[in-house]
Ligand binder design. Structure first.
Ligand code: ADE
Length: 222
């Protein structure tokens, strides 16, 4: 899979995505991540990417020209182009799974007060938010989306890190509580059922815990 991330802070994404599972998948060629600096598509000495909004108001808006030129360069017939913005639809696991089936994703990071509306209208297939809060720039949001997508690609996770039995896997239930050694830590004991060796009872307990957790923490998922 090819993922292009267009931003003003490519080094920010590089740090996050070069480590751990995603770093390994990148090195092994399971994904190729191309970090594109939007300033490379400017033509003035100061590499200007933004300007004041027409109509007045605070903040700066990303100008259309660098983004139009950049996407002309990057776009392929299979490319799916996504703008990261707090005004987008909420990113979730079904969207991560949908993206993981694509061959070419282009994530465009907004900045300042936003991007010129013509960019949204002409260049974007979709607009995504990673949550109801405002980040300083979309590079962090694009890194989050890239992480969630790449870990789903075949071969990205080891056998002991499977993505099948997890919260937001196939059922909309949170994960059950996990315990490891020691069996008694400062008087806090591992539930008996997990020590019983009875797999049916363990499975039933885990399902019950998943439902209880989801009801108390995330009733909106049910
Ligand atoms: N850019 C700034 N805040 C964001 C958010 N919550 N989601 C996506 N992109 C963003």
């Amino acid at each position: 899979m090819q993922i292009d991330i267009v931003s003003l802070f490519p080094a920010l994404c590089k740090g996050v995505l070069s480590e751990s599972v995603i770093g390994r998948a990148w090195k092994e060629g399971i994904v190729n991540i191309n970090l594109v600096d939007l300033r490379d598509y400017t033509h003035d000495a100061r590499k200007t990417v933004d300007d004041k909004p027409y109509g007045g108001g605070a903040g700066m808006v990303l100008r259309p020209e660098p983004l139009f030129e950049c996407l002309q360069d990057l776009r392929t017939p299979d490319a799916h182009v996504v703008l990261m913005t707090p005004q987008g639809t909420p990113f979730n696991q079904p969207t991560a799974r949908r993206f993981a089936t694509m061959s070419h994703l282009i994530l465009v990071c907004g900045h300042y007060e936003g991007v010129d509306e013509r960019v949204r209208q002409c260049l974007m297939d979709e607009e995504l938010s990673i949550g109801d809060y405002v980040l300083t720039n979309g590079a962090i949001a694009a890194s989050v989306v890239t992480d969630a997508v790449v870990r789903l690609l075949p071969g990205a996770l080891g056998n002991d890190e499977s993505s099948e039995e997890e919260s937001f896997g196939n059922e909309p239930l949170l994960e059950y509580p996990q315990f490891t050694r020691p069996v008694d830590y400062k008087g806090m004991k591992v539930p008996e059922v997990l020590l019983s060796g009875n797999h049916q009872e363990v499975d039933a307990w885990r399902l019950e815990q998943r439902v209880l957790r989801t009801v108390s923490r995330r009733p909106d998922l049910l």
